[in-house]
Design a protein around this ligand. Sequence first.
Ligand SMILES: Cc1cc2nc3c(=O)[nH]c(=O)nc-3n(C[C@H](O)[C@H](O)[C@H](O)COP(=O)(O)OP(=O)(O)OC[C@H]3O[C@@H](n4cnc5c(N)ncnc54)[C@H](O)[C@@H]3O)c2cc1C
Length: 294
Amino acid sequence: MNMEKKVYDFLIIGYGPAGISAALYALRSGRSVQIVGYDGGALAKAHLIENYYGLATPISGKELLEIGKSQARQLGAEISEDEIADLFFDGSLFIASSKENQYSGRVCVLATGAARKKQPFAGLSKLEGHGVSYCAVCDAFFYRGKNVAVLGSGEYALHEASELKQVAASVTILTNNQELSFENTQNFLIEKKKIESIIGVEKFEGIRFADKTESQFDGLFVALGNASATDLARKAGAAFEQGKLVLDSSYQTSVPGLYAAGDCTGGTLQIAVAVAEGAEAALAANQFLRENSK
Ligand SMILES: Cc1cc2nc3c(=O)[nH]c(=O)nc-3n(C[C@H](O)[C@H](O)[C@H](O)COP(=O)(O)OP(=O)(O)OC[C@H]3O[C@@H](n4cnc5c(N)ncnc54)[C@H](O)[C@@H]3O)c2cc1C
């Protein structure tokens, strides 16, 4: 794994409107900024944007995305194309890891957009904390010597499986009819069958597949799609209330220096709102850095 040598003032995850807006405010405050993102998010899916300030002629989301990235670059941001799977707070620095790299910042803004994961079958959220987990680094300890499954098929699932492998007796990746999008060099057990439901009422007990076969597991770790803001905040130790990330009025989580902005905060899913939240979070984070003279 390559450790990026430089410690940035701001580490921003996501280069959609929220992440880029946060970057612009941070840069204009004289801060160094590392942005990490890996695809166009919701913005790239917008065909034509007509309701955002200043666009006399509508432009596509993809064009706006590229304008935003080049604007941030021109002001001095470092932009890396990478998918973050983990976020760790060591008491003074936020360290985000992808498959091959690490990035660090004194403050961190999560701007990963709305979670793109659809729950593939019922009952998962009901058993959260009772055998179903969304964070390997948080909960792996409880599954020492046990047989666990990871639900997912991408880099994020691989990351969670690798965490669990260090303590669990066995780790099976359940792709639920999806193809793996990573190379299985660690030889994880892979089960590609379509899942019908989970087994267990009070506690997770296993998986029932669409072909009516069943497999018993002690725990299920959900790692669908990419790591969302919620996943990353949980790994960094942020508080949740009724499953929702706790944010104060300046978009700071319960971890000092960790902010969230844009679609990932669960508000109105619009560019103008994402840009505003990114600005608010960056201004507050800049103030935080000043007060903590980092
Ligand atoms: C089809 C469609 C049409 C729309 N039309 C309009 C419109 O006309 N007007 C309007 O105002 N809004 C529109 N929206 C909504 C608008 O696109 C969003 O509100 C806005 O893009 C949110 O910005 P964001 O920065 O919060 O998230 P996003 O734009 O979703 O950006 C998220 C970023 O996070 C990155 N990311 C996510 N996870 C990770 C990870 N694990 N590691 C690294 N990077 C990660 C992604 O690569 C991406 O760069 C539309 C949305 C869609 C889907």
